[in-house]
Design a protein. Sequence first.
Length: 103
Amino acid sequence: MSQYPISQYPINQYPNSGSLFERVAEGRQPNRTGNMTLGEDLCDYIHQEYRAGRDVILDISAWDKTSAKGLAFISLSIKKPYVKEGAKDAPKKVEDLESDIPF
C-alpha cells in the first residue's frame, strides 16, 4: 500500500516531467511510485522509433526535492537522447545491414 494516496501526488505541470514518492513497501513491492506526463513531441519520437523497428532510448534526469507539503520526492525530466551534431544516425538493425551486402 502506498504511503501517500495517488490523489496526493502533485499533478505534473510540464510535459515530459514526472515525480517519484517514497512509499511503505512490503516484500518485492517498489519503494517509490509516481507518474510521468509525456508531451506530444516525445510521443511522436517514440512512435517514429517504434515504427522504424528500433528500441526506444530516452534520457532521464532526476533531482531530490521537497514538496510544499514537506514530502520528499524525486523530480524527473525525460527527453530524446542527446545526439552530437554531425553524428551518424542510430545503428542499423541486422536485417537492414543484410540488404547492404552485395552478394
